[in-house]
Design a protein around this ligand. Structure first.
Ligand code: KG4
Ligand code: ZN
Length: 357
């Protein structure tokens, strides 16, 4: 067994959607191990995530992943100082699997348990990867959320904008299934877009000229679906490439316009010039480069975690746990997972009032 001296070590568990991910992270930001299992290929046959199947897959994957993570970090359960699991938002079955096993580890080892808000974990990842200081503006783009948030501190969030309907990742996933590219759609659309000509397909950019920071993507999804369905030879590779490029472009332009508005609002309120991109869609190189160009043009420093830490992962949950551990704020073992859990509140409580110890 390795001796990691006095630096605190946390085990983090993510199980809110289709990925079961476990990581061991040390307080000096060292990721000692990181293991992920994805059930996405199983869901592919159903055209989207089936919650019941996802829950069963989490149940089968979680114990072996924890064992492997500890082995790879060359530690045992007795070496960890705390355990964190996603407490919400997400699919209830997976949340129950992750939080129950975390509570059992906490109870048996008499170490603190941290129920982590998934969005907060995405929001804090840049502090794990780049050690950045508060405050910063966050563009969070995932399969379930598209948000612009001023991140003021641990548990202190101000939402500037959100999607009024679908999330950007959801649109990529649905359009990918329509084009028979599989699930999750983002990586496949990114790959096909590289060989496509976006100008060949005309798609709308909903809300692009509105003055606020809110997004809307459902009209884009409908327009894509209608246009694709009535295009002759629509499954030809050239056409798939063009539609992929056009969709990626339209989503990116919407993200840019809303983020520009948010940067202006944020600059009025805070004396800091940092923009963070996070969430699964932030793994997309075209989107990363486009948002970086926007940040450069407005003299903002741009920070984006590596792609592996943008998509759902256990390391971000472990890190959020460490942030709360430093504040001595752990969760009650009575915590019940929260399928819906907003962070839009300057005094956001990590656990909901009744759940805080
Ligand atoms: O953050 P995440 O892993 O899970 C949620 O919290 O939702 O995000 C998943 C989303 C999916 O919609 C997936 O298609 C998208 O992130 N995604 C990407 C890429 N990799 C994952 N979108 C665009 N380009 C990618 N390379
Ligand atoms: Zn996520």
């Amino acid at each position: 067994m390795k001796n990691y001296s006095t630096k605190k070590i946390i085990l983090g568990i993510e199980s809110s959607c289709d990925d079961t991910s476990v990581a061991v992270v040390r307080e000096d930001t060292e990721i000692l191990s990181h293991e992920t299992f994805s059930s996405s290929t199983i869901h592919e046959n159903y055209g989207g995530i089936v919650p019941e199947i996802a829950a069963r897959e989490h149940l089968g994957a979680i114990s072996p992943l924890i064992k492997r993570s500890l082995a790879n970090a060359q530690i045992s359960l007795s070496n960890i100082d705390g355990v964190a699991a996603t407490g919400g938002p997400g699919l209830i079955g997976g949340l129950i699997v992750g939080t129950m096993i975390a509570k059992a580890i906490s109870s048996a080892g008499k170490i603190p348990f941290f129920a982590i808000n998934h969005l907060e974990a995405h929001a804090l990842t840049a502090r794990l990867t780049d050690k950045i200081k508060f405050p910063y503006l966050l563009l969070l783009v995932s399969g379930g959320h598209t948000k612009l948030i001023a991140v003021l501190g641990v548990g202190k969030y101000l939402e500037y904008g959100t999607t009024l309907d679908d999330a950007a990742g959801e649109v990529l996933d649905k359009c990918s299934i329509l084009m028979k590219l599989g699930f999750p759609g983002g990586p496949m659309i990114e790959k096909h877009a590289k060989n496509g000509l976006s100008e060949k397909i005309s798609l709308p950019r909903p809300r692009i000229n509105s003055n606020d920071c809110d997004f809307s993507f459902s009209g884009l999804k409908t327009a894509f679906s209608q246009l694709f369905s009535k295009t002759p030879n629509n499954y030809k590779l050239e056409n798939i490439n063009n539609f992929s490029a056009a969709l990626q472009n339209a989503i990116t332009e919407c993200l840019i316009s809303r983020t520009r508005n948010a940067i202006i609002k944020y600059s009025d309120e805070f004396n800091s010039k940092q923009l963070v991109l996070s969430g699964g869609v932030g793994a997309n190189l075209f989107i990363r480069n486009s948002i970086e160009n926007l940040a450069d043009s407005l003299n903002f420093k741009f920070i984006v975690p590596p792609a592996k830490l943008c998509t759902d992962n256990g390391a971000m949950i472990a890190w959020a746990g460490l942030e709360y551990m430093k504040l001595n704020k752990n969760s009650s073992l009575d915590f019940s997972p929260l399928p819906k859990w907003s962070i839009n509140n300057k005094n956001f409580s990590p656990l909901g009032k009744s759940n805080v110890l």
